[in-house]
Design a protein around this ligand. Structure first.
Ligand SMILES: Nc1nc2c(ncn2[C@@H]2O[C@H](COP(=O)(O)OP(=O)(O)OP(=O)(O)O)[C@@H](O)[C@H]2O)c(=O)[nH]1
Ligand SMILES: [Mg+2]
Length: 706
């Protein structure tokens, strides 16, 4: 089955329009046109597959690609690295993999950044071992050191690139082995996994009609907290999501809050796959209730969104690709009377061929249709539409500039025909000065406002940080009674509770709300700034051209809203109170309760700070990318002026050459005028071609066919 054929038609149209434009403009193609072209070349539909550990994400992706054992999928090892399957991206190599490693900065952020807290807890509360993340980061680093020896240091921050890919190669980089796994196959498994941050796999697949990036992620409840952060960043980069649930425990609270967060962000689509149906007893009779239950709870949790929910089994589809005796026995095992009954109930028929039965039951075909539909109509569609708007704006700008050039050259021809050449150089000279001045002023203007944005962002960040700290303080104050009671020994209790767990659900909600509200207000402020630059720039350009330049549209900039998925990183903070050395400490009845509560709170805050900083970073990034997208639009106007400056310069040069060639007398000048006429013809011809391209762009229906 072919995926996203409708969007392909649109993308092809965009590409061929770009091609045509480039052909028409030739050397006149401006920087901003070339950068738009590059953006189109780099575009891909970005789909991330998410879900809890062992839901079957990697298996599902293998089934989708119809490649058994492509991504490592097994009970042990597990996926520990975000893997981007880059399918049919025009600028990518046809095949190969690139593995990116953590850099020193990544590590320091995760390890050293927290060690001060470790010392403090040792000092204040013997045996206190709250800092799970720090421990795990360290462990990861040690693992990498032990496995890689001297290589370790030279690899940080670099990448390993291969011009082929194979399951074994991937295993070495993207799978973490459990302890049991280590013993089994120490060398081959996960040799570099501890050090790998992200993998990019390049591939071609004719089924995917538009460039597509399918991202495999580690489970969201991965016990290794370090990975959560990496996963969350990957989620922020994707536009569409396939959430894989396990039929045994479809839609847990974690799943629901993740879906809620994802759909909260504007422009994101979510598709739900209930996997592992084959493992459910009597799924032929139970699947319907399961689907209903999941759909109902989704509707309840996220009222205004329609979800496509499909049930099946990635394993069944994968089994049809498994070769040899092993494959046959797996297929026979899955091919039960329950499957036959299920197919009749769910699909109305049961194919005669075993492979067809398994494929139908797997739900993969339905998922492909839904994926195709999602890419054809959702965010990806709107992104392509945006390209068409951009192209249109470019054509308008170029036409404006050309018309102006035609007028200018015609004026000069008239001058040449009747007066002296001094007045000619004078008019072109004046134009040159005016254009140059406009470009310089615009550059100053954008530079100043970019500088202002930097300091504005600092303030916004500090401001939001204060708000968040305040929320955290308030939240922990509410937890005080709970912490206190967990610290007290009961009457007959010899040892204290092993740990205090602080659940962060309420805090997540508050932070989420505070961040998106704060963003909305700040965004309005940044938008005002953008509008005022845009007005000033257009004013400058209009002044230079002595003609009104139409306003630059600032509609549809990215990040209308911002809500961060990063708060998901932790569900709770676990404070381990009993270390080996601390039992004696706890036996002292003279424990200073209020001081200890304070220490627990301090530690909790310290634990929350890195997550908060990540949120603040992402918050600033969002503002920055909105602002620079706006500036990019505005610079369209600037580039028109710059282009005109270059054109007029060339014209002046040509004029001098002509005068040199034909003499400065009346005859020579009229000859020069004739030659300039041909320039006008040329410009008029290009103008006509541009108008045609513009018309064909306008003819494409704007709104999607349902
Ligand atoms: N019976 C059955 N087993 C499945 C199904 N999907 C996956 N599995 C098995 O479950 C195990 C885990 O599958 P993976 O695809 O690695 O799961 P994952 O979600 O990628 O796991 P992590 O990356 O470790 O979070 C493997 O042994 C798969 O063969 C399914 O639909 N039915
Ligand atoms: Mg996996």
């Amino acid at each position: 089955m072919q995926i996203a054929t409708r969007l392909k038609a649109r993308l092809d149209f965009v590409r061929s329009t770009m091609e045509q434009l480039h052909g028409t403009l030739e050397d006149e193609a401006s920087e901003s046109f070339l950068s738009l072209r590059e953006k189109v070349d780099l575009w891909a539909a970005k789909v991330a597959v998410i879900g809890q550990v062992k839901a079957g994400k990697s298996t599902f992706l293998n089934a989708l690609l119809e490649q058994h054992d492509f991504l490592p999928s097994d009970i042990n090892p597990w996926t520990s690295v975000v893997t981007n399957l880059r399918i049919n991206l025009p600028k990518d190599p046809d095949t190969g993999v690139s593995f990116e490693f953590f850099s020193d900065d990544d590590w320091n952020g995760m390890v050293e950044g927290k060690s001060a807290i470790g010392d403090m807890s040792e000092e204040l509360l013997p045996g206190f071992d709250a800092d799970l993340l720090r421990e795990q980061s360290k462990e990861l680093r040690e693992q990498a050191k032990a496995r890689l020896g001297d290589h370790y240091h030279t690899m940080l921050g670099t990448s390993h690139d291969f011009n082929f890919s194979s399951p074994d190669l991937l295993k070495r980089y993207v799978c973490a082995a459990t302890d049991a796994g280590k013993e089994l196959n120490q060398e081959a498994l996960g040799r570099y996994a501890a050090l790998t941050r992200e993998a990019n796999v390049y591939m071609r697949d004719a089924a995917y009609q538009v460039p597509t990036i399918l991202t495999d992620t580690p489970g969201v409840n991965d016990p290794f907290l370090v990975r959560d952060e990496v996963t969350c960043r990957a989620l922020d980069r994707s536009d569409m999501f396939i959430m894989v649930l396990s039929a045994h425990q479809a839609l847990t609270d974690i799943d629901l809050s993740l879906i809620r967060l994802l759909t909260q962000q504007s422009d994101r689509d979510v598709l739900i796959f209930i996997n592992r149906l084959d493992e459910l007893d009597q799924y032929d009779t139970r699947y319907e209730a399961l689907l209903e239950d999941v759909t109902e709870r989704l509707e309840e949790a996220v009222p205004d969104t329609d979800f496509t929910v499909i049930a099946g089994s990635g394993f069944m589809a994968d089994a049809t690709q498994t070769e040899g005796y092993e494959g046959q026995s797996i297929r026979d095992e899955l091919d039960t009377p329950t499957l036959a009954a299920y197919l009749k109930a769910a699909y109305g028929h049961c194919p005669n061929d075993q492979n067809e039965r398994l494929l139908l039951g797997s739900g993969i075909v339905k998922m492909k249709e839904a994926l195709s539909e999602m890419i054809d109509n959702g965010v990806a569609y709107r992104q392509i539409e945006q390209f068409m708007d951009d192209i249109h704006a470019h054509i308008e700008a170029i036409k404006f500039s050309m018309l102006n050039a035609v007028n200018s050259v015609s004026e000069n021809i008239a001058l040449l025909r009747k007066s002296t050449n001094e007045s000619l150089t004078l008019t072109i000279g004046d134009e040159l000065v005016a254009l140059k001045k406009a470009v310089e002023e615009i550059d100053d203007l954008t530079q100043t406002s970019e500088d202002q944005l930097v300091s504005k962002l600092q303030k916004l960040r500090a401001n939001l940080e204060a708000v968040l700290m305040n929320r955290i303080d308030g939240f922990l104050e509410d937890q005080e009674a709970m912490i206190e009671s967990s610290l007290l020994l009961e009457e007959n209790q010899e040892f204290p509770n092993e740990s205090i767990t602080i659940y962060l659900g309420v805090l997540h909600g508050e932070i989420e709300k505070a961040v998106s509200e704060h963003f909305e207000i700040a965004r309005a402020d940044v938008d005002r700034e953008l509008r005022s630059i845009s007005e000033l720039v257009c004013e400058n350009v209009s002044l230079a051209f002595k003609e009104k330049f139409q306003d630059v549209s600032l509609d549809n900039l990215p990040f209308d809203k911002f809500s961060t998925t990063l708060t998901m990183a932790k569900q709770s903070i676990e404070a381990n109170l009993v270390g080996k050395r601390s039992v004696a400490f706890w036996k002292k009845k003279s424990i200073d309760l209020s001081r200890t509560v304070k220490v627990v709170k301090t530690l909790a805050i310290a634990e929350l700070i890195p997550a908060m900083n990540t949120i603040l970073d992402a918050y600033c990034d969002a503002h920055r990318s909105r602002f620079s997208a706006g500036i990019e639009r505005v610079s369209l106007a600037r580039n028109v002026a710059e282009q005109a400056f270059r054109d007029r310069g060339a014209l002046m040069k040509k004029h001098y050459e002509l005068v040199k060639e034909h003499g400065a007398d009346q005859v020579g000048q009229s000859h020069a005028a004739d030659q300039l006429e041909s320039k006008v013809d040329e410009l008029n011809r290009m103008y006509g071609e541009l108008t045609k391209i513009e018309e064909s762009l306008m003819e494409v229906p704007k709104h999607k066919a349902a």
